[in-house]
Design a protein around this ligand. Structure first.
Ligand SMILES: NC(=O)c1ccc[n+]([C@@H]2O[C@H](COP(=O)([O-])OP(=O)(O)OC[C@H]3O[C@@H](n4cnc5c(N)ncnc54)[C@H](OP(=O)(O)O)[C@@H]3O)[C@@H](O)[C@H]2O)c1
Ligand SMILES: *[C@@H]1O[C@H](CO)[C@@H](O)[C@H](O)[C@H]1NC(C)=O
Length: 300
Protein backbone atom coordinates (compact mmCIF):
# COMPACT_ATOMS: atom_id res chain seq x y z
CA UNK A 1 0.00 0.00 0.00
CA UNK A 2 1.42 3.33 -1.01
CA UNK A 3 0.43 5.97 1.53
CA UNK A 4 0.47 9.71 1.38
CA UNK A 5 0.50 11.86 4.48
CA UNK A 6 -2.97 13.14 5.10
CA UNK A 7 -4.78 14.99 7.80
CA UNK A 8 -7.56 12.55 8.56
CA UNK A 9 -5.89 11.56 11.85
CA UNK A 10 -6.41 15.12 13.12
CA UNK A 11 -10.14 14.66 12.59
CA UNK A 12 -10.48 11.06 13.75
CA UNK A 13 -8.09 10.76 16.69
CA UNK A 14 -8.50 13.77 19.04
CA UNK A 15 -10.44 12.76 22.13
CA UNK A 16 -10.18 9.05 21.37
CA UNK A 17 -9.00 7.00 24.34
CA UNK A 18 -6.00 4.98 23.18
CA UNK A 19 -4.36 2.15 25.16
CA UNK A 20 -0.77 1.61 24.03
CA UNK A 21 1.23 -1.44 25.13
CA UNK A 22 5.01 -1.30 24.95
CA UNK A 23 4.77 2.44 25.63
CA UNK A 24 8.01 2.59 27.64
CA UNK A 25 10.36 2.57 24.66
CA UNK A 26 10.85 2.73 20.91
CA UNK A 27 7.82 2.84 18.62
CA UNK A 28 5.25 2.75 21.46
CA UNK A 29 6.95 5.66 23.22
CA UNK A 30 6.99 7.81 20.06
CA UNK A 31 3.39 6.81 19.32
CA UNK A 32 2.41 8.07 22.78
CA UNK A 33 4.04 11.44 22.08
CA UNK A 34 2.35 11.86 18.69
CA UNK A 35 -1.06 10.83 20.07
CA UNK A 36 -0.66 13.18 23.04
CA UNK A 37 0.06 16.06 20.63
CA UNK A 38 -3.09 15.23 18.65
CA UNK A 39 -5.06 15.27 21.91
CA UNK A 40 -5.86 11.60 22.55
CA UNK A 41 -6.18 10.57 26.22
CA UNK A 42 -3.76 7.70 26.83
CA UNK A 43 -3.37 4.55 28.87
CA UNK A 44 0.31 3.61 28.83
CA UNK A 45 1.41 0.04 29.51
CA UNK A 46 4.67 -1.88 29.78
CA UNK A 47 6.51 -3.64 32.60
CA UNK A 48 8.82 -0.77 33.63
CA UNK A 49 6.71 1.71 35.56
CA UNK A 50 9.53 4.25 35.96
CA UNK A 51 9.97 4.43 32.18
CA UNK A 52 6.21 4.92 31.77
CA UNK A 53 6.41 7.81 34.27
CA UNK A 54 9.13 9.37 32.12
CA UNK A 55 6.99 8.99 28.96
CA UNK A 56 3.93 10.39 30.72
CA UNK A 57 5.90 13.43 31.93
CA UNK A 58 7.11 14.20 28.41
CA UNK A 59 3.59 13.66 26.97
CA UNK A 60 2.30 16.30 29.40
CA UNK A 61 5.12 18.69 28.48
CA UNK A 62 4.48 18.56 24.72
CA UNK A 63 0.67 18.50 24.72
CA UNK A 64 -2.33 20.21 26.20
CA UNK A 65 -3.43 17.02 27.98
CA UNK A 66 -3.79 17.17 31.76
CA UNK A 67 -2.55 14.72 34.37
CA UNK A 68 -5.81 12.73 34.50
CA UNK A 69 -5.75 12.28 30.69
CA UNK A 70 -2.77 9.92 30.94
CA UNK A 71 -3.09 6.74 32.96
CA UNK A 72 -0.15 4.48 33.70
CA UNK A 73 -1.12 0.81 33.73
CA UNK A 74 1.88 -1.41 34.51
CA UNK A 75 1.38 -4.64 32.60
CA UNK A 76 3.32 -7.79 31.80
CA UNK A 77 1.86 -9.18 28.58
CA UNK A 78 3.02 -12.67 29.57
CA UNK A 79 1.06 -12.56 32.87
CA UNK A 80 -2.35 -13.17 31.34
CA UNK A 81 -4.22 -13.48 34.63
CA UNK A 82 -3.69 -9.72 35.12
CA UNK A 83 -5.16 -8.64 31.78
CA UNK A 84 -8.78 -8.49 32.86
CA UNK A 85 -8.13 -6.26 35.86
CA UNK A 86 -5.83 -4.04 33.78
CA UNK A 87 -8.64 -3.61 31.23
CA UNK A 88 -11.08 -2.82 34.04
CA UNK A 89 -8.77 -0.17 35.46
CA UNK A 90 -8.55 1.60 32.07
CA UNK A 91 -12.34 1.43 31.70
CA UNK A 92 -12.90 2.66 35.26
CA UNK A 93 -10.68 5.68 34.61
CA UNK A 94 -11.83 6.68 31.11
CA UNK A 95 -15.21 4.95 30.77
CA UNK A 96 -14.26 3.60 27.34
CA UNK A 97 -11.43 2.34 25.16
CA UNK A 98 -11.63 3.58 21.57
CA UNK A 99 -8.36 2.15 20.32
CA UNK A 100 -6.10 -0.64 21.57
CA UNK A 101 -2.58 -0.57 20.15
CA UNK A 102 -0.97 -3.98 20.59
CA UNK A 103 2.63 -2.84 20.34
CA UNK A 104 4.62 -4.55 23.12
CA UNK A 105 6.84 -7.37 21.93
CA UNK A 106 10.36 -8.66 21.39
CA UNK A 107 12.30 -9.83 18.37
CA UNK A 108 14.94 -12.55 17.98
CA UNK A 109 18.50 -12.92 16.73
CA UNK A 110 19.61 -16.55 16.62
CA UNK A 111 19.80 -19.56 14.33
CA UNK A 112 17.19 -22.25 14.90
CA UNK A 113 19.80 -25.02 15.23
CA UNK A 114 21.46 -23.15 18.14
CA UNK A 115 18.29 -22.00 19.93
CA UNK A 116 16.47 -23.56 22.87
CA UNK A 117 12.81 -24.42 22.33
CA UNK A 118 12.18 -22.46 25.56
CA UNK A 119 12.95 -19.32 23.55
CA UNK A 120 10.24 -20.24 21.03
CA UNK A 121 7.83 -20.75 23.89
CA UNK A 122 8.71 -17.38 25.44
CA UNK A 123 8.30 -15.53 22.13
CA UNK A 124 4.86 -17.04 21.54
CA UNK A 125 3.80 -16.34 25.14
CA UNK A 126 4.72 -12.67 24.73
CA UNK A 127 4.12 -11.68 21.10
CA UNK A 128 1.22 -13.98 20.30
CA UNK A 129 -0.66 -15.16 23.43
CA UNK A 130 -0.07 -11.93 25.38
CA UNK A 131 -1.46 -9.91 22.49
CA UNK A 132 -4.54 -12.01 21.85
CA UNK A 133 -5.29 -12.24 25.57
CA UNK A 134 -5.41 -8.48 26.00
CA UNK A 135 -7.33 -8.18 22.72
CA UNK A 136 -9.99 -10.55 24.03
CA UNK A 137 -10.75 -8.41 27.08
CA UNK A 138 -10.78 -5.15 25.15
CA UNK A 139 -12.82 -6.58 22.27
CA UNK A 140 -15.58 -7.62 24.70
CA UNK A 141 -15.94 -3.95 25.60
CA UNK A 142 -15.77 -2.82 21.96
CA UNK A 143 -18.47 -5.31 20.96
CA UNK A 144 -20.72 -3.92 23.72
CA UNK A 145 -20.22 -0.43 22.26
CA UNK A 146 -20.23 -1.79 18.66
CA UNK A 147 -17.23 0.47 18.10
CA UNK A 148 -13.43 0.48 18.30
CA UNK A 149 -10.12 -0.16 16.62
CA UNK A 150 -7.70 -2.97 17.39
CA UNK A 151 -4.32 -1.92 16.02
CA UNK A 152 -1.46 -4.41 16.07
CA UNK A 153 2.20 -3.65 15.49
CA UNK A 154 2.98 -6.59 13.28
CA UNK A 155 6.04 -6.49 11.01
CA UNK A 156 7.16 -7.18 7.48
CA UNK A 157 8.30 -10.39 9.18
CA UNK A 158 4.61 -11.25 9.57
CA UNK A 159 4.51 -11.36 5.78
CA UNK A 160 7.85 -12.78 4.66
CA UNK A 161 10.37 -15.14 6.22
CA UNK A 162 13.71 -13.94 7.60
CA UNK A 163 16.77 -15.91 8.71
CA UNK A 164 17.89 -15.43 12.35
CA UNK A 165 14.28 -14.73 13.37
CA UNK A 166 12.42 -18.02 12.92
CA UNK A 167 10.53 -17.73 16.22
CA UNK A 168 9.79 -14.02 15.83
CA UNK A 169 8.55 -14.53 12.27
CA UNK A 170 6.38 -17.38 13.46
CA UNK A 171 4.84 -15.21 16.21
CA UNK A 172 4.15 -12.35 13.79
CA UNK A 173 2.70 -14.74 11.18
CA UNK A 174 0.51 -16.15 13.95
CA UNK A 175 -0.78 -12.66 14.74
CA UNK A 176 -1.37 -11.98 11.06
CA UNK A 177 -3.40 -15.17 10.68
CA UNK A 178 -5.23 -14.51 13.92
CA UNK A 179 -6.32 -10.97 13.08
CA UNK A 180 -7.13 -11.79 9.46
CA UNK A 181 -9.47 -14.47 10.83
CA UNK A 182 -10.89 -12.28 13.59
CA UNK A 183 -11.76 -9.52 11.11
CA UNK A 184 -14.56 -11.45 9.37
CA UNK A 185 -15.81 -12.60 12.81
CA UNK A 186 -16.47 -8.96 13.76
CA UNK A 187 -17.63 -7.86 10.30
CA UNK A 188 -21.19 -7.56 11.61
CA UNK A 189 -19.93 -4.47 13.50
CA UNK A 190 -18.95 -2.03 10.74
CA UNK A 191 -17.44 0.38 13.26
CA UNK A 192 -15.01 -2.17 14.70
CA UNK A 193 -11.83 -2.32 12.68
CA UNK A 194 -8.79 -4.57 12.80
CA UNK A 195 -5.63 -2.82 11.63
CA UNK A 196 -2.30 -4.59 11.10
CA UNK A 197 0.75 -2.34 10.83
CA UNK A 198 3.78 -4.00 9.26
CA UNK A 199 6.95 -1.94 9.70
CA UNK A 200 10.34 -2.88 8.29
CA UNK A 201 13.46 -1.98 10.32
CA UNK A 202 12.77 1.05 12.54
CA UNK A 203 14.98 2.86 15.07
CA UNK A 204 14.12 1.64 18.61
CA UNK A 205 15.55 -0.50 21.42
CA UNK A 206 14.45 -3.69 19.66
CA UNK A 207 17.97 -5.00 18.93
CA UNK A 208 19.05 -4.46 22.57
CA UNK A 209 16.01 -6.46 23.71
CA UNK A 210 16.00 -9.39 21.26
CA UNK A 211 15.72 -13.01 22.33
CA UNK A 212 18.86 -15.01 21.56
CA UNK A 213 19.80 -18.71 21.83
CA UNK A 214 18.75 -18.92 25.50
CA UNK A 215 15.86 -17.15 27.29
CA UNK A 216 18.18 -15.34 29.70
CA UNK A 217 21.02 -14.52 27.27
CA UNK A 218 21.23 -10.89 26.15
CA UNK A 219 22.31 -9.75 22.70
CA UNK A 220 25.91 -8.56 22.63
CA UNK A 221 26.05 -7.47 19.00
CA UNK A 222 24.31 -4.13 18.74
CA UNK A 223 25.47 -2.12 15.78
CA UNK A 224 24.66 1.36 14.57
CA UNK A 225 20.91 1.57 13.95
CA UNK A 226 20.94 4.95 12.21
CA UNK A 227 20.22 3.58 8.71
CA UNK A 228 16.80 2.33 9.84
CA UNK A 229 13.55 4.22 9.35
CA UNK A 230 13.27 7.04 11.91
CA UNK A 231 10.79 6.18 14.66
CA UNK A 232 8.73 9.32 14.11
CA UNK A 233 8.17 8.53 10.42
CA UNK A 234 7.05 4.98 11.20
CA UNK A 235 4.61 6.33 13.79
CA UNK A 236 3.29 9.06 11.48
CA UNK A 237 2.51 6.47 8.80
CA UNK A 238 0.99 4.24 11.46
CA UNK A 239 -1.35 7.04 12.55
CA UNK A 240 -2.44 7.60 8.94
CA UNK A 241 -3.19 3.88 8.66
CA UNK A 242 -5.11 3.91 11.94
CA UNK A 243 -7.18 6.94 11.03
CA UNK A 244 -8.08 5.44 7.66
CA UNK A 245 -8.78 1.89 8.93
CA UNK A 246 -6.19 0.34 6.64
CA UNK A 247 -6.31 -3.42 7.11
CA UNK A 248 -2.63 -4.03 6.35
CA UNK A 249 -0.01 -1.30 6.03
CA UNK A 250 3.55 -2.01 4.90
CA UNK A 251 5.69 0.71 6.49
CA UNK A 252 9.19 0.11 5.24
CA UNK A 253 12.10 1.33 3.20
CA UNK A 254 13.87 -0.88 0.67
CA UNK A 255 15.10 -3.56 0.31
CA UNK A 256 12.44 -4.96 2.68
CA UNK A 257 9.59 -3.14 0.95
CA UNK A 258 10.69 -4.58 -2.40
CA UNK A 259 10.80 -8.05 -0.84
CA UNK A 260 7.20 -7.54 0.42
CA UNK A 261 6.00 -6.75 -3.08
CA UNK A 262 7.97 -9.63 -4.58
CA UNK A 263 6.71 -11.98 -1.86
CA UNK A 264 3.15 -11.07 -2.76
CA UNK A 265 3.40 -10.91 -6.55
CA UNK A 266 6.54 -12.80 -7.65
CA UNK A 267 7.59 -15.31 -5.00
CA UNK A 268 10.33 -16.94 -7.08
CA UNK A 269 12.17 -13.61 -7.25
CA UNK A 270 11.47 -13.00 -3.57
CA UNK A 271 13.32 -16.19 -2.71
CA UNK A 272 16.27 -15.18 -4.87
CA UNK A 273 16.50 -11.79 -3.11
CA UNK A 274 15.83 -13.14 0.39
CA UNK A 275 18.51 -15.80 0.02
CA UNK A 276 20.99 -13.11 -1.04
CA UNK A 277 20.13 -10.82 1.88
CA UNK A 278 19.97 -13.79 4.23
CA UNK A 279 23.37 -15.13 3.27
CA UNK A 280 25.01 -11.83 4.16
CA UNK A 281 23.05 -11.51 7.42
CA UNK A 282 24.00 -15.03 8.55
CA UNK A 283 27.64 -14.60 7.58
CA UNK A 284 27.92 -11.35 9.52
CA UNK A 285 25.95 -12.72 12.47
CA UNK A 286 28.35 -15.67 12.70
CA UNK A 287 31.36 -13.34 12.64
CA UNK A 288 29.89 -11.38 15.56
CA UNK A 289 28.68 -8.26 13.74
CA UNK A 290 25.17 -6.83 13.93
CA UNK A 291 23.29 -8.61 11.15
CA UNK A 292 21.21 -5.77 9.70
CA UNK A 293 23.78 -3.03 9.86
CA UNK A 294 26.41 -5.12 8.21
CA UNK A 295 24.04 -5.81 5.34
CA UNK A 296 23.62 -2.11 4.68
CA UNK A 297 27.25 -1.23 5.33
CA UNK A 298 28.92 -4.31 3.91
CA UNK A 299 31.42 -2.26 1.96
CA UNK A 300 32.79 -0.49 5.05
N1 LIG B 1 11.89 -1.68 15.50
C1 LIG B 1 11.63 -2.45 14.45
O1 LIG B 1 12.47 -2.59 13.59
C2 LIG B 1 10.29 -3.13 14.34
C3 LIG B 1 9.90 -3.57 13.08
C4 LIG B 1 8.66 -4.21 12.95
C5 LIG B 1 7.87 -4.40 14.06
N2 LIG B 1 8.27 -3.97 15.27
C6 LIG B 1 7.40 -4.21 16.43
O2 LIG B 1 7.19 -3.01 17.12
C7 LIG B 1 6.84 -3.30 18.46
C8 LIG B 1 7.60 -2.36 19.39
O3 LIG B 1 8.99 -2.65 19.33
P1 LIG B 1 10.14 -1.56 19.33
O4 LIG B 1 10.84 -1.67 18.05
O5 LIG B 1 9.64 -0.25 19.74
O6 LIG B 1 11.13 -2.20 20.44
P2 LIG B 1 11.52 -1.72 21.91
O7 LIG B 1 12.10 -0.36 21.88
O8 LIG B 1 12.36 -2.84 22.44
O9 LIG B 1 10.13 -1.67 22.70
C9 LIG B 1 9.46 -2.83 23.10
C10 LIG B 1 8.37 -2.49 24.10
O10 LIG B 1 7.70 -3.70 24.47
C11 LIG B 1 7.60 -3.77 25.88
N3 LIG B 1 7.61 -5.14 26.38
C12 LIG B 1 8.58 -6.07 26.24
N4 LIG B 1 8.26 -7.18 26.90
C13 LIG B 1 7.07 -6.96 27.51
C14 LIG B 1 6.23 -7.71 28.37
N5 LIG B 1 6.56 -8.95 28.79
N6 LIG B 1 5.07 -7.16 28.79
C15 LIG B 1 4.73 -5.92 28.41
N7 LIG B 1 5.47 -5.15 27.61
C16 LIG B 1 6.63 -5.67 27.17
C17 LIG B 1 8.81 -2.99 26.39
O11 LIG B 1 8.56 -2.46 27.69
P3 LIG B 1 9.09 -3.09 29.08
O12 LIG B 1 10.44 -3.66 28.83
O13 LIG B 1 9.09 -1.90 30.01
O14 LIG B 1 8.06 -4.10 29.46
C18 LIG B 1 8.91 -1.86 25.38
O15 LIG B 1 8.08 -0.79 25.75
C19 LIG B 1 7.13 -4.78 18.66
O16 LIG B 1 5.93 -5.53 18.61
C20 LIG B 1 7.99 -5.14 17.47
O17 LIG B 1 7.87 -6.49 17.11
C21 LIG B 1 9.47 -3.33 15.44
C1 LIG C 1 1.25 -12.17 37.79
O1 LIG C 1 0.60 -11.09 38.41
C2 LIG C 1 0.14 -11.39 39.71
C3 LIG C 1 -0.69 -10.21 40.18
O2 LIG C 1 0.05 -9.01 40.10
C4 LIG C 1 1.34 -11.66 40.62
O3 LIG C 1 0.89 -11.97 41.93
C5 LIG C 1 2.12 -12.83 40.04
O4 LIG C 1 3.31 -13.01 40.79
C6 LIG C 1 2.49 -12.54 38.59
N1 LIG C 1 3.08 -13.74 37.99
C7 LIG C 1 4.24 -13.71 37.38
C8 LIG C 1 4.72 -15.02 36.83
O5 LIG C 1 4.91 -12.69 37.26
Amino acid sequence: IIMQYNSRQKKVLPGKVVWVTGASSGIGEELSYQLAKIGSPLALSARRENELERVKKKCLEISSLSDKDILIVPLDLTNRSTHESATQSVLKHFGKIDILVNNGGRSQRSLFVDTSIDVYNAIMELNYLGTISLTKHVLDHMIQRKKGKIVTMNSVMGIMGAPLATGYCASKHALQGFFNSLRPEVAEYPEISIINLCPGPVQSQIIQNVFTEEVSKVNANIGDQSHKMPTDRCVRLGLVSMANDIKEAWISDNPYLAVCYLWQYAPTWAWWLLNRIGKTRIKNFKSGVDADVSYYKKSS
